[in-house]
Design a protein. Structure first.
Length: 159
């Protein structure tokens, strides 16, 4: 797997945030490429973290932060990151792709990065800027976890 470098961008703050978030999302997906269903569910670390769980967890985090907290919509799917027997790499990846599309639509129609979450469960309330930065760091953190897990599973390295 090649070691891809993050994109260099001269866009607006929003464009840079979204571009870097997308790079990290795709980095996580690259870690699941070409693994077996069994390996996607296997944890080589004592915490029990798996590649499949990381994908499901990231979908859940984006939906909770953007769809529910920022936009105020109910979330009836992807509110759990528990791996179910029916979950597959394909199904969890498709849900992650759907999440990207939903999040993108919400971000595109936002007034500005300064717009506050509709549902504020923290004090002080947080803005879309904070939410996107949080998701960027959360996704990058878990991309690093995926790097280690994949290397322990089969020796594959690279972003």
């Amino acid at each position: 797997m090649p070691d891809l470098k993050p994109p260099r961008s001269h866009g607006t703050e929003l464009e840079v945030l979204v571009e870097l978030l997308q790079f990290q999302r795709e980095s996580v997906l690259r870690k699941v490429a070409d693994v077996t269903e069994a390996d996607a569910r296997r944890s080589p670390v004592s915490s029990g973290t798996t590649l499949l769980w990381l994908l499901k967890h990231l979908s859940m985090a984006e939906r909770i932060w953007v769809v529910y907290r920022f936009d105020g919509q109910p979330i009836d799917r992807v509110t759990s990151d528990t791996i179910e027997p029916a979950d597959t790499i394909a199904s969890v990846t498709e849900t992650y792709h759907q999440t990207w599309r939903i999040v993108s639509e919400i971000v595109d129609r936002a007034d500005s990065l300064d717009q506050l979450c509709v549902i504020n469960e923290v004090d002080p309330p947080v803005s879309l800027r904070w939410v996107l930065m949080h998701l960027l760091e959360e996704t990058a953190r878990h991309a690093g976890h995926a790097d280690v897990i994949r290397e322990l599973l089969d020796g594959t390295t690279g972003r």
